[in-house]
Design a protein around this ligand. Structure first.
Ligand SMILES: [Zn+2]
Ligand SMILES: [Zn+2]
Length: 264
């Protein structure tokens, strides 16, 4: 098993996931400053120098803040779809044309010994997409920033050995919380983010006997708590018969600390 991953940081303060095989080292989004991204990679004994590319899911700042800086400093290629390129152009700063690459939704692209499949998600960005990674029969799925989890998405990520899946907010915390109504409506809407309960429901259609672990990701700082996310998701899964005695393990992600670099 040589497909490895670490969720370097996750949440509205910045997102980044590191994925590697023997021949390929990818950064998926870089939503913190360049310096922070260097520090996070160092915590899993990696450096941006070793990266082969940065893949960008969508142009929101919690996914691209460090992309331009890292790409310039370490001469890294950036992959994003056409609409995302247009939308993030200004925020990235100058990027050489030989560092610009296209990766369109609903495609499979080989990065050396790693196949990257992209799928569109429903979210309020230009053309947001997320990824599954395939290597030597192992499958890793990354799916956050979704207002709504379609059957097509469930089909694409179903049976992944490791899932990194959004559990953004607790419905009640969000409803009762301090956010203005228009922001609440955005988060709750079909173009917003997945609640803990909806994460549980969607995951019950994605987990299979192959699933080794599920990371709960992109937790809201104001409207969620790690323990609450785990509890709600596990309850829904348990009711549907997809979770018992701590299996599959539901693992935390953190806004400031990478998860262990694990084999998928
Ligand atoms: Zn986000
Ligand atoms: Zn977003």
């Amino acid at each position: 098993m040589t497909l490895k991953c670490s969720v370097l940081a996750s949440g509205s303060t910045g997102n980044a996931v590191y994925v590697e095989t023997k021949k390929q080292r990818l950064l998926i989004d870089a939503g913190l400053s360049g310096k922070k991204m260097e520090e996070l990679l160092a915590k899993v004994d990696r450096t941006p120098r070793e990266l082969d590319a940065i893949l960008v899911s969508h142009e929101h700042s919690d996914h691209i803040k460090g992309v331009g800086i890292l790409a310039r400093k370490y001469n890294l290629p950036i992959y994003a779809n056409e609409a995302t390129w247009q939308a993030m152009e200004q925020s990235l700063g100058p990027i050489q044309s030989e560092q610009r690459f296209h990766l369109e939704p609903q495609t499979v692209t080989s990065f050396a010994d790693l196949d990257v499949e992209t799928f569109r998600v429903s979210h309020d960005a230009a053309d947001p997409m997320f990824f599954t990674f395939h290597h030597e029969g192992r499958k890793l799925a990354l799916a956050t920033d979704m207002g709504y989890v379609s059957d097509q998405i469930k089909g694409t990520i179903h049976g992944a050995h490791t899932l990194i899946f959004e559990a953004n907010h607790d419905m009640n915390m969000l409803r009762m919380g301090k956010y203005p109504w228009n922001v609440k409506r955005r988060i709750l809407g079909d173009m917003g983010h997945v609640s803990n309960e909806d994460a549980g429901k969607a995951l019950s259609d994605c987990i299979s006997s192959h699933t080794q672990q599920v990371y709960l990701a992109h937790l809201s700082l104001d409207n969620n708590m790690k323990e609450l996310a785990r509890m709600t998701v596990s309850q829904v899964l348990e009711e549907k018969g997809f979770y018992s005695e701590g299996k599959p393990p539901l693992l935390d992600t953190d806004p400031y600390r990478p998860t262990e670099l694990i084999s998928v």
